[in-house]
Design a protein around this ligand. Structure first.
Ligand code: SF4
Ligand code: SF4
Length: 391
């Protein structure tokens, strides 16, 4: 069903929701533009090797230790000595400052994330199925176009236009980096992390499903209608989550110096695909991660999210507290498997059988228009007999 056809079937109440939500999303972004015009200060600061770590680090919003680490110097190197005297070459300083500047948060992005999540949430809970439509017409529910438009906006605006930072993955890592003294303002990192967690809880992983630029890019690649048979095979959640959790534990052990003996080493730094949005491929491993994730995303659902992303792992741990989410009415459910087949992960299966450790749900809506007995919905209130939560 085309977008116009879907819109024409919405009730007056739903059209009001659509227009009101679109206006709210636009106003949110407009407010963000007014409060934080793009192209803020900092990009043009001129640094030289005649300056010391103590002079440069505050301009980059990192601690002296963090800058020393980036420059490959010991963490306890004198912070008042000119960098040239410490053996730092101008090109090396330029490279490092460019990299650290690319991590400065484009604050406007927080507003765009909110706008995309709000729109997605209203689409899933209020608009996806026209009020007057019954289960016989379920194939007309949840057209893909609004989702695809949201994904493209996410990639273009929160990715290529506004750059790589902030993003949920870095939000999850920076909170731990600030614990080893790599940021001067740990409170700001805590707030940023809580912001992303809140957007994951308000709707089940909505920030990942609808707004994260690298998640959206993988979703778009997966939506290319080829290799359909291969796509039906799902990676076992027990394996993907074990790999993702193992990497997360390894990150902590390296970061706190329990492995490698040097505090402050961040293994995700070598696997961070968000550099794509600044065309900043700092290491071969970053370029390889991006290429592998995007090629694999054509036939495996969000491979980076399933196997690597620390925010994917942390948000999976909190998704049982999500307010709006896929809910299965077990009194109606006949366990026919239609939603399980439609789901690109083991997420629908976990919800149908109310598994304690269900796979992540990215709120993609694929399972919401396939149930022949109308037993699966995306909602807030828990209706009688609805489950989808761990027993
Ligand atoms: S899990 Fe995927 S969508 Fe979520 S933050 Fe990580 S990369 Fe983005
Ligand atoms: S198809 Fe799977 S991932 Fe998508 S909304 Fe349904 S349960 Fe979640």
């Amino acid at each position: 069903m085309g977008l116009g056809q879907w819109f024409s079937r919405l009730s007056v109440r739903q059209r009001s929701w659509f227009l009101g939500t679109t206006a709210t999303a636009l106003m949110t972004v407009g407010f963000g533009v007014l409060a934080n015009p793009p192209g803020g200060a900092g990009d043009s600061v001129g640094f030289s090797v005649d300056m010391s770590i103590g002079e440069i680090a505050p301009e980059l919003n990192v601690t002296g230790k963090a800058l020393a680490r980036e420059l490959g110097l010991p963490l306890d190197v004198p912070k008042r000595t000119p960098l040239g005297a410490l053996g730092v070459a101008p090109e090396e300083l330029e490279h490092v400052t460019e990299h650290l500047l690319s991590h400065r948060d484009a604050t406007l992005k927080y507003y765009v994330f909110v706008a995309l999540v709000v729109f997605g949430l209203v689409f899933l809970t209020r608009l996806g199925r026209p009020d007057s439509s019954d289960v016989e017409h379920r194939r007309e529910w949840y057209p893909r176009t609004p989702y695809v438009v949201s994904l493209i906006l996410s990639v273009v605006v929160t990715g290529f236009v506004l750059g790589k930072s902030p993003n949920p993955m870095e939000g999850a890592v920076k909170i731990f980096k600030s614990m080893v003294g790599l940021y001067p303002d740990p409170a700001a990192k805590v707030i940023a992390f809580l912001f992303f967690v809140a957007l994951a809880i308000v709707g089940n992983k909505m920030i990942c499903g609808w707004a994260c630029p690298f998640g959206s890019l993988q979703e778009l690649f997966y939506s290319i209608p080829i290799l359909r048979r291969t796509k039906r095979r799902k990676l076992p959640f027990v394996l993907t989550n074990a790999i993702r959790a193992g990497l997360f534990v390894a990150m902590l052990l390296f970061l706190f110096g329990a492995i490698g003996g040097r505090r402050g080493t961040v293994i995700y730094h070598y696997l961070n695909p968000f550099g794509l949005f600044n065309f900043d491929f700092e290491t071969i491993s970053i370029l390889a991660t991006i290429l592998l994730a995007l090629v694999a995303a054509v036939f495996v659902y969000r491979p980076f999210c399933q196997l690597i992303c620390p925010f994917g792992f942390l948000s999976w741990m909190v998704e049982r507290f999500s307010i709006a989410r896929v809910r299965v009415d077990q009194e109606r459910c006949t366990e026919c498997g239609a939603c399980i087949k439609a789901c690109p992960l083991e997420a629908a299966e976990g919800r149908v059988y109310a598994r304690r450790l269900a796979a992540d749900c990215f709120s993609c809506a694929r399972c919401l228009n396939v149930c022949p007995v109308d037993a699966i919905r995306y909602g807030v209130a828990r209706s009688k007999g609805a489950t989808g939560e761990p027993r």
